[in-house]
Design a binder for this molecule. Structure first.
Ligand code: AHR
Length: 330
């Protein structure tokens, strides 16, 4: 029997006991069905990027479409806020908890608490470095592959990327939030691919915290200390867009004087790509809501779910960006 139905029957019985002549209508949904709404507690990272805004919208809209009662918290980029939100969902006895971890480590204790309370946990978007038996499944991108795609593009386009013509392709890297899975994995995938070409070298690497402002500030300092930068590899579009502002303010032409590779493919990034200011974008799909709601229902119904659910993604050069821009949803 479905957990939703079990819950309906349980509520119906207790209503009957209290009132002696309670009717089953008390446990019915607004459509008159026997289903009681699933309650999901979702602890979001924050609102640091265009990607995150699209991800939040997808989760909120999909929960409403699936008839799931969503309790949503914005952790404002702070792990302690996220842990506090998860603890509050445990206290509220939600049916399922989902979250996108700010960083990879430090969630073991709260995950143990959820397990002890018999509340299933689904990871979305980002992984944790914890015992996999503490969560049901992990839905999201393969960030290592994303970094590899970025690195492979640079290897394939190395000839055009030595903008300064000194025989070395000097790359500066704008890293995502320190300790976050996408920052760790994208750097790893990129480094792995560029090993194929000795002329490519990462000369500086610093976090811009996945924000536009962070990307701009770090790029300004890179430009002040180095006039031989050929390429920027930004771990997301927002930092790449911040870097564009810094490059233009320095009197240089982004996409030409300095090549730019980013990850995400949100509308602002794709617009800059189609305008020639970015050279290549690897897609990271934020529209995880529908799959998350399906997985939540399956987990609550006691069905087996795969330990890892990957999202399908692509990558775009400037011509491809022009083709798809008009239909870009986010
Ligand atoms: O975890 C996904 C990453 O987080 C996105 O690439 C980035 O834009 C976001 O902030």
């Amino acid at each position: 029997m479905k957990k939703t139905l079990v819950a309906a029957v349980a509520i119906s019985l207790s209503t009957f006991a209290l009132t002696s002549c309670g009717s089953d209508d008390a446990a019915s949904g607004s459509d008159g069905s026997d289903d009681v709404k699933i309650t999901m507690g979702f602890a979001q990272v924050g609102a640091e990027s265009g990607w995150r805004t699209a991800n939040t919208k997808s989760i909120q809209e999909s929960a409403a479409d699936a008839g799931i009662d969503l309790k949503f918290t914005d952790a404002q980029g702070k792990q302690e806020n996220q842990i506090q939100a998860i603890r509050s969902y445990i206290q509220q006895k939600v049916d399922v908890i989902a979250f996108s971890p700010v960083v990879e480590t430090g969630f073991d204790a709260v995950l143990q608490e959820a397990k002890a309370a018999n509340i299933p946990v689904i990871l979305t978007d980002r992984a944790v470095d914890a015992d996999p038996s503490l969560y049901k499944t992990f839905l999201g991108s393969d960030f290592v592959v994303e970094g590899e795609k970025a690195g492979q593009w640079l290897v394939d386009n190395a000839k055009d990327s030595d903008v300064n013509g000194d025989g070395t392709i000097n790359v500066v890297q704008l890293e995502g939030t320190t300790g976050a899975a996408p920052a760790i994995d994208r750097a790893e995938g990129f480094a792995d691919k560029i090993k194929a070409d000795d002329s490519i070298e990462v000369t500086a690497s610093q976090t811009g915290d996945f924000t536009r402002d962070g990307g701009k500030q770090v790029m300004e300092s890179f430009l002040q200390s180095d006039d031989s930068i050929d390429v920027v590899f930004a771990h997301n579009d927002d930092m790449g867009l911040g870097a564009i502002e810094a490059i233009e303010a320095a009197g240089l032409e982004p996409g030409k004087d300095i090549k730019i590779i980013t990850i995400d493919a949100v509308k602002d990034g794709m617009t800059a790509l189609s305008e020639g200011k970015i050279n290549y974008i690897v897609e990271c799909n934020p529209l995880l809501g529908p799959q998350l709601m399906d997985l939540a229902q399956q987990v609550i119904d006691g069905e087996e779910v795969p330990a890892r659910v990957l999202t399908e993604e692509s990558a775009f050069d400037q011509a491809q960006a022009k083709d798809v821009l008009a239909d870009r949803q986010y």
